[in-house]
Design a protein around this ligand. Sequence first.
Ligand code: BGC
Length: 742
Amino acid sequence: MTLEEKIGQMNQLDPSWNAEEKEALIREGRVGSVFNIVGAKELNRLQRMAVEETRLGIPLVAARDVIHGFRTIYPIPLGQGASWNPEMVEKAAGLTAGEAVSAGIRWAFSPMVDVAHDPRWGRVAEGYGEDAYLTSTMGAAVVRGYQDNGMAACVKHFAGYSASEGGRDYNTTWIPETQLRDIYLVPFRAALDAGAMSLMCSFNDLNGLPSSANPHLNIDILRHEWQSDALLVSDWGSGSDLVPHGLCADKKEAALRCINARMEMDMQGNIYTDYLAELVAEGKVKEQQIDECVRSILRLKYRLGLFDNPYVPETQPVAYSPEALALATEMVEQSTVLLKNNGILPLNIQHSTSLNSPYGFSRSFEALPRKELSTLNILITGPLADQKKEQLGTWVFDGEPEHSITPLMALKSFNLQPSTLNITYVPGLTYSRDKSTEGFAAAVQAAKKSDVILFFAGEEAILSGEARCRADISLPGAQTQLLAELKKTGKPIVLVVMAGRPLTIGAECEMADAVLYAFHGGTMAGPGLANVIFGKAVPSGRLPMTFPKMVGQIPLYYNRHNTGRPSYDPPMLIDSIPIGCPQFSIGQSSYWLETPTEPLFPFGFGLSYTTFEYGEPKLNEQMVNGKMVNNFTVSCEITNTGNFDSYEVPQLYIRQLSGELVRPICELKDYQKIFIPAGKTVTVSYQLTPEQLGYWHEEYSYTVHPTPYTSHQLWFATDHTDFQVWIAPDSRCLTKPVTISY
Ligand code: BGC
């Protein structure tokens, strides 16, 4: 390959605009990858230019932001995280790849595995929540699902992007190296271990150094420590962004910083095409550096089989198969989180009817105390009840809203034979930010004639995702006001929230009799929610992020440190401080004057239509001289004590009680999603290895002789100390722990 041909491979372009100019570049062999072009025919046309018209005939690789589905849209990744079901997520990724590959796409810009502690950040919608382990399992599942079905994954954004100050996108991040390694890097490593063929740089500067120019991340860690040979692509122009970052004086210097940090492919930044050859000629860049990058690019193309089969069959594209639609529906059921229920849900009124279950089991409803009605009058209201586009969520380029089934559509056609559903639809508000109260009177009027109100609240899709950060994460527009008006009718209210992030909905939860948090559920949000509402499916989602009570609590996440002065109970809140209260210096503790440290809902939380009882945990240790050696097993019995067959998500948490550094008050180490029939008891058990108990240590040692200097050491180790271990239904860890000594 000539130098020009190599640099051409390092160039990724979006030819959807300036097509003529960009096609000329493809013909000259100056493009390695295209993105944002969809369709076998069109991509084959471009591919022919690369394969047949260039000297070497190296195929292009076609990329796309395939984030949570291609045509069939599944719940947003945050919702998928709430499913706590990686097998299901993997299957959805596999079906997604099937659809995308049939449209010519061979490289997806996902999964996004940025662990996020800040719901203001719009991109929380795109990730799997606040926990590194949960995110790792989901990210790895997506990688397997894509790559087993012909589409390369691109794990993003490497690294630390989600820790942006103030939850404002692209903003600076300051992450100590130990935290980076304990949390932010963990899912990247897991995705690479699952075989991820590529990663994407992040936009942020990490401790002052933007990722595209960060040799510590991209070379020391990725190449040397992890021995990864995955391709590293920039984010959109993240290389040329080094100029506005204030790192580089001009784009030429940016190209030099990026190649020295082994950013291998330049997405839409043109810095490599414009300056690399010049930098080589000036002796500032060695051709060997370029070879390393090109090798990664060609490797990805080989792995995808593009050299053997560069073209896509121009047959009917795969889309909306019955299998995909059924899975999308089931994923809505499994990712919807029941946050509150005073008994009104499920709304099924035919207790003796056995409904068909997508899981192949049926449930009896006899035990539920319900008013026998032959007709159920339902008012459907709220701005998200019938929004085909909005329910798809952020990052939907290829999903078509006309294929969405909304909650209104699904509820209207729900067959509750022999009972009759009488549905009235009065939206009250036309979109989530609507502030007009004009529609309130009609909604209230209709509410008075109904037995129950189903209020579909939330955010439009465009309010979350890239660059869609919010400083106020309450329900937008006049939704809360409408809810308050409806509450005055005295009719029971079921609140269903469809949003791209956790929202501060404490007051709304108070007003509602039941609350379902549904995120943005995708194409089949309607049928999935209707099944949950009528009890055809039992909601089994668990929160992948802590829900704060108020925005001032952010960042609020479950695996925080305790502080030396944990919040006492009850804390002295602002109105209980006596007027003229003198300064005092004892009894201070860590909280805000407006609220204790407790969240509105904790990480891992979610109710069910049934109840579960956790038994005493049992410990089985492999000990040598009183110390745990290889691993230990902790198990407990869980009984479904209610009337519904249901999934439960027992979560394994640990807490290290002392050690070389302060450790979190609890950390998720494992989980399962298990199905427990009503009345049945199962035993769940988890294995823990010493490695799972370990963390990154850091030490500064000062030496006076011969020349005074401080050395900085970083290493992974497990402290010899005591650990509490819980199998618990959520991160509050209210079940009994066992203690192990290591
Ligand atoms: C985003 C990436 C995305 C890329 C390509 C960027 O703005 O940060 O996540 O894959 O655009 O569309």
